[in-house]
Design a protein. Structure first.
Length: 184
């Protein structure tokens, strides 16, 4: 597995080795020991999620204050621009973000640890997005920050269609007014 650090040290890009020939391909999409070696963290994943979205669908910036979820995310069909935002108030990188393209072609995965918000926008006609989480969905503590908050300055790709957001995402808070992770 190839490991790439990002500008946010806790957020890591993982690219599995792919073995392919004229018959198709094989790759190990997850290996607990390789994950721990790459990220330096021991996590137990408790839930796998799969979403399919059309071009322009933007989901996020989501996070949970209680039962925060670490997420290992990947795309198995299509491509997305994926973003992680540091929402730990005591972090030197608070409010900073990283973004990368995840696609079925590049096989990249992104580790988004607890304490970070997560969002993505679909760049291809459709995309199938898979992610493992370290805790269960807890709707009562889910929060959302606006994808276009100027305080974050996220550079989203230009698409041939307008962004499509859920009502929840349209009503997201600004970083300044959002409840975020505080030190224990």
């Amino acid at each position: 597995m190839h490991v790439e650090k990002t500008a946010l040290p806790e957020v890591v890009i993982l690219t599995p080795k792919v073995f392919g020939d004229e018959r198709g391909f094989f790759m190990e999409s997850f290996n607990q020991q390789a994950f721990e070696d790459a990220t330096g963290c021991k996590r137990q994943f408790v839930q796998d999620n799969h979403s399919r979205s059309r071009q322009g669908v933007l989901r996020g910036i989501h996070y949970q204050l209680e039962q925060p979820q670490g997420k290992l995310v990947r795309v198995v069909h299509g491509s997305v621009w994926d973003v992680a935002v540091d929402l730990r108030r005591d972090s030197a990188q608070f409010g900073q973000w990283v973004g990368i393209e995840l696609s079925a072609e590049n096989n990249r995965q992104l580790w988004v640890p607890e304490g970070f918000g997560h969002a993505f926008v679909v760049m291809s006609e459709t995309a199938d997005f898979l992610y493992k989480t370290t805790d269960f969905y807890h709707p009562e503590s889910e929060r959302c920050i606006r994808f276009d908050d100027p305080a974050l300055g996220i550079e989203w790709p230009e698409l041939p269609v307008p962004f499509a957001l859920s009502e929840k995402d349209q009503a997201g808070s600004t970083l300044k007014s959002a409840e975020v992770y505080s030190p224990l």
